[in-house]
Design a protein around this ligand. Structure first.
Ligand code: ZN
Length: 589
């Protein structure tokens, strides 16, 4: 039942006549003012429980609760803190990524196109956004569905059904979509706009990869979306909760500018500490070098202090870049020592740098009618010269999958191989490995061993296939050189053949021609490692027997000429291996 019913005295009377053994409070975070979904009617629950004739067991359940919210739930429902069970929020198969890309529409089309066979959800902030994206994707001939509260029931149901039953792969939706839906094969969740808080984000992004397979959660960040969310919060939240909601929004913004592991940052937000970096989010796989930005940071911090810690990000950025904006001169900031101290940066770069300092906790944003930035304890240490600040080089800051053709080709190759081997793609290689390949561009099998996630076994099995994909992206002089495998190649083929792979499959996996694979199998048969009897159709046996009579005198090509086209060289060779005495006996007679 909805807790709102507890506001009805007649209903309470009915409840009081019953013996209720257990009360389960689902979405228990709604009881807390600190939660992202506070619903006042949840506050009636404990009162109602107190008035029941018996003393039922109370069970509170939630999947998104920060430390503070957990405390609140226990306190408000009289649950002893020692009766709390926490499982980890970690979802190791999700790869998180934030894109600060200008052209999100282009990226979106490109991404859906490259993941045509995968199922995905695209979340947008408003109904209008959903309609716009839906229209765009339709026009680009994608089969998509849409979902938002503005559609009538029939339409909503129609689109939802189409998505749930795999008639369309992609659905564009507001946050209204997804509650109570359990579709396990969602491979990606894209947030077209930043949501209003981490709780919503993790809940929505978490709809990817419920089957445990590798999936992606991509978030588009644009500064103007911060304004949209701020506006939506101000419109929908009561004054006394406003600052709390704005703090949550700030945490969301911090996430977007984070340079450390994104998964770790989410888990820290939910109160889990001491976590190892996930190894596959966009930040963990970001191989850019870090550079020392301590001096620039000191200039920013000292400017914030000189301005009295009473202004917002934009104003500070204007002063530092030496803007002649009227507001700056009205306050007399052109006379500050730090005025124009970082004038070599553009205003946009300056804004991003300040956002970076906020996300790394050197500065903090105090909410209010106008958000102002202030120095943190950590910031003070930098000012005193007791702490250095490092930032990843910004040259390649917009890493979009679509801009890495080799990565895409490697993924395509991996998909094909995975299909043939009937395993999930990440079992073949993780994205991290593919990215490392893009970075290191190995030219031969030995260099492949320097790539993260490639050991001797994978080198032997997939090495040549990988090098061929890489070769398509090399200048002519640097094309990978084929070199010798340490383990005999035909034995690797044998292993795959024994796993039930066809000649074509093995050729694809190993990046070799089907003829080569056939030769491997012949050699295996010669060494009696396998039998090729199944490869010789019964209907051809008599003809092969006849043609083989002169094999030892005339040779293979003569034998070939005597036989019809549909008997392949492979069948002939297989026949000869399987019947080694035929030609000889006839000859000896
Ligand atoms: Zn990570």
């Amino acid at each position: 039942m909805a807790p709102e019913r507890l506001e009805d005295p007649a209903f309470i009377e009915v409840l009081q006549q019953l013996t209720i053994p257990l009360i389960a409070v689902d979405e228990a975070h709604c009881i807390s003012q600190w939660g992202h979904d506070f619903r006042p009617s949840y506050r009636y629950i404990q009162n109602v429980i107190n008035e029941l004739q018996n003393d039922p067991i109370v069970l509170a359940l939630t999947a998104t609760a920060t430390t503070q919210v957990r405390q609140d739930i226990c306190q408000l429902l009289n649950i002893p803190p020692t009766h709390k069970i926490m499982t980890t929020f970690a979802r190791p198969n999700l790869a998180f990524k934030v894109l600060k890309s200008e052209d999100s529409d282009l990226f979106l089309k490109d991404y859906i196109n490259k993941n045509k066979n995968e199922v995905g959800i695209i979340y947008a902030a408003t109904r209008k956004n959903v309609e716009q994206i839906y229209k765009q994707l339709k026009q680009a001939n994608f089969a998509v569905a849409k979902y938002h509260a503005g559609l009538d029931n029939n339409e909503r149901e129609k689109y939802q059904e189409a998505f749930l039953h795999d008639k369309v792969n992609v659905i564009v939706a507001t946050s209204a979509f997804g509650m109570g839906i359990d579709k396990s094969n969602v491979r990606y969740v894209i947030h077209y706009q930043m949501p209003k808080n981490m709780e919503s984000y993790y809940q929505e992004a978490g709809r990817a990869g419920r089957d445990g397979l590798e999936s992606e959660c991509i978030l588009f960040y644009r500064p103007q979306d911060v304004q949209v969310q701020r506006y939506l919060i101000e419109q929908s939240v009561h004054q006394d909760r406003l600052n709390r909601e704005l703090e949550k929004l700030q945490a969301m913004i911090d996430y977007c500018h984070m340079e450390n592991c994104l998964q770790t940052s989410i888990l820290n937000y939910f109160g889990e500490g001491d976590i190892q970096p996930c190894g596959h989010c966009a930040n963990c796989t970001d191989t850019r070098e870090k550079s020392d930005v301590t001096t620039d940071t000191q200039k920013v911090l000292s400017c914030v202090i000189r301005m009295g810690q009473r202004f917002g990000k934009v104003m500070v950025a204007q002063v530092l870049t030496g803007s002649k904006n009227k507001k700056v001169t009205n306050f007399g900031f052109q006379d500050l020592q730090t005025y124009g101290a970082l004038s070599h940066k553009t205003l946009k770069e300056m804004n991003l740098f300040i956002e970076f300092l906020v996300s790394e906790d050197y500065l903090t944003v105090e909410q209010g009618e106008f958000p102002t930035i202030k120095i943190t304890k950590k910031g003070n240490l930098v000012l005193k010269g007791e702490l250095q600040v490092f930032r990843k080089q910004q040259a390649k800051s917009t890493q979009i999958i679509g801009e890495q053709p080799l990565f895409e080709d490697l993924r395509q190759w991996r998909r094909e191989v995975a299909k043939v081997e009937n395993v999930p793609p990440f079992v073949i290689f993780s994205d991290q490995t593919l990215r490392d390949i893009c970075l290191k561009m190995p030219k031969n099998l030995d260099e492949l061993l320097t790539v993260k996630g490639i050991g001797e076994q994978k080198k032997v099995k997939y090495g040549i296939g990988l090098l061929k994909v890489i070769a398509n992206h090399c200048d002519e002089e640097t094309i990978p050189i084929k070199d010798e495998l340490k383990l005999p190649s035909y034995l690797i083929t044998l292993e795959l053949y024994q796993k039930g792979k066809s000649v074509r499959d093995i050729a694809l996996i190993r990046g070799l021609s089907p003829n080569t694979i056939e030769d491997h199998l012949i050699r295996c048969a010669e060494e009696e490692l396998l039998s090729l009897k199944n490869h010789i159709p019964d209907k051809f046996k008599a003809m092969l027997q006849e043609a083989a009579k002169n094999y030892y005198e005339e040779g293979l090509s003569f034998m070939r000429k005597q036989l019809p086209e549909d008997i392949s060289y492979f069948m002939i060779k297989a026949f000869l291996v399987e019947n080694p005495l035929i030609g000889k006996n006839d000859n000896n007679d």
